[in-house]
Design a protein around this ligand. Structure first.
Ligand SMILES: *Cc1c(COP(=O)(O)O)cnc(C)c1O
Length: 497
């Protein structure tokens, strides 16, 4: 497919505008362009065809199964979009006064209440823009808590699991804490004995995903919480895997003190292409005074923004948080109503069904029932045929599926991390399992075919080493004489696109 710049022809236009008769604006010489901008010049139908064709090259949940582990790529119901496009929500200005925004404030208040119930913790801030920002916010809350107790200097270390998402250690470093890493035991739980050695009067807290990124619920979570609380430390719950436990078990009841939600994962919202996210945090009552401002408060029938939190860590995001995400998540939750736990039950059932179909074909490093996702290993295929998790993932594209997450969590070699979500049918799950089984068979019969996959997609296998060492991130205008009005822009044009 040609780039829009290659389709460009000088002087071609979608429509002609009359000449401007006003005097030209005064632009200081130093700010004037030396030459016109290099914009593509095309007719209107060409523009429409170009971008329409591009959309057909895209792969998303609306076109197929997307079992990207840890990302919870569930279907986004259209009713969410209908609701968020209601003029009262869509046209609201962030500086609108409270009187003119009662409906929006009520929605935020109701969402706070629901999230508090889901976590089993009383106080919620909707502000953080994503899970990762929720983590940073949570660690700042931890800091504020210890500073207020005069233990700010002493408690300088936060412990994360060796299965943690990369954002956990990154947030620990950004918040200015030292990092310590807890190990996973042979059953896929945190190694309790190792934890006891790690925890001391210098420990500020533990960050943990439960179920973990292995898709396993920690069987000793109450004991783990006790170890940290006995040492005066706090427990932070990375809520990326809440899709497994909503309405079934609550982080607050497990002993966690601070929780973040990934609204865009658990409660639906187009994400994955850099779309907006939502990462609210919930805390125990002792930590509420430190939450970001403002909170949404209710006085009888009226809703207002409450800025009266003198001990607050301050604002972590502009205005009041990602409002469109709140509306979609609220719509998703309300469409389940009191049956919200069905969401998690079906997500767990779907994952276990897939696991049962695949466990004899790929290696299963931790042999337990899974929660909403599970991790297999392609280690056996690598040993026997030289076929890696990457090859399996690339080959899945030829079968019409988005690959699962691979090489994560880091403690599983050749990891394939599969999360089907609750929104898929048995037929889809079977077709995906059939594809993975067929690929395992191919690995024995024609491994070379897997190494070159994908064969039927618009973009083939990249040379990853070259892509990293000689990254070409700029289009080569000089190769196209029609466009080369200016100085030659760097390097060569991408080939084969
Ligand atoms: C997605 C994810 C995060 C980060 O959340 P974002 O919303 O992407 O910032 C953190 N931890 C785990 C386990 C995740 O899957």
């Amino acid at each position: 497919m040609k780039l829009v710049f290659e389709k460009s022809r000088p002087g071609r236009r979608a429509s002609a505008l009359p000449r401007v008769e006003l005097p030209a604006p005064e632009v200081p010489d130093g700010l004037r362009r030396a030459r016109p901008p290099r914009l593509p010049e095309l007719s209107e139908p060409e523009v429409v065809r170009h971008f329409t064709e591009l959309t057909t090259r895209n792969y998303g949940i609306d076109t197929g199964f997307y079992p990207l582990g840890s990302c919870t790529m569930k279907y986004n119901p259209r009713v969410n979009e209908r609701v968020v496009a209601l003029p009262g929500f869509r046209d609201l200005h962030p500086l609108q006064g409270e009187d003119g925004a009662q409906g929006a404030l009520e929605l935020m208040w109701r969402l706070q209440e629901i999230l508090a119930e889901v976590a089993g913790l009383p106080a919620v801030s909707l502000q953080p823009a994503a899970g990762s920002q929720g983590e940073l916010t949570g660690l700042f809350l931890m800091r504020a808590h210890f500073a207020a107790r005069g233990e700010g200097e002493q408690r300088d270390t936060v412990i994360t699991a060796d299965t943690a998402h990369g954002t956990n250690p990154a947030s620990v470093a950004m918040a200015g804490y030292r990092l310590a890493k807890a190990e996973t035991d042979a059953r896929g739980n945190l190694d309790v004995e190792h934890l006891r050695e790690l925890v001391s009067e210098r420990t500020a807290g533990l960050m943990l995903t439960n179920p973990s990124t292995l898709g396993l619920f920690d069987e000793h979570i109450e004991e783990v919480a006790q170890i940290f609380h006995d040492a005066g430390a706090l427990l932070y719950y990375d809520g990326a895997n809440l899709n497994a436990v909503c309405g079934i078990s609550r982080p607050g009841d497990m002993g966690f003190d601070i929780v973040h939600y990934n609204l865009h994962k658990t409660f639906s919202q187009p994400h994955g292409g850099g779309g907006p996210g939502g990462g609210p945090v919930a805390v125990r009552a002792e930590l509420e005074p430190y939450l970001p401002v403002p909170a949404v408060a209710r006085d009888g029938d009226r809703f207002r923004l409450d800025f009266d939190r003198p001990q607050s860590i301050g604002k972590v995001r502009g205005f009041y948080g990602p409002f469109g995400v709140f509306v979609r998540s609220y719509a998703y939750i309300r469409s389940y109503g009191a049956q919200l736990r069905e969401m998690s039950e079906v997500a767990v059932l779907n994952a276990n069904y897939l696991l049962a179909r695949l466990r004899d074909v790929y290696e299963l490093p931790f042999d337990r029932l899974c929660m909403h996702e599970f991790v297999l290993s392609a280690r056996g295929l690598k040993r026997a045929h030289g076929v890696t998790a990457l090859d399996v993932a690339k080959r899945l594209m030829d079968f019409g599926f988005h690959p699962p997450t691979i090489y994560f969590p880091l403690i599983v070699p050749e990891a394939l991390m599969i999360e089907p979500t609750e929104t898929e049918t048995k037929e889809t799950l079977d077709a995906f399992a059939d594809a993975l089984i067929a690929i395992a068979r191919e690995a024995g019969e024609r491994p070379e075919e897997l190494k070159g996959a994908p064969h039927g997609r618009p973009v083939g296998r990249l040379d990853e080493v070259k892509a990293a060492k000689r990254a070409i991130v700029k289009y080569g205008f000089d190769e196209h004489p029609d466009l080369a009005a200016g100085p030659a822009a760097a390097v060569e044009a991408p080939k084969g696109v």
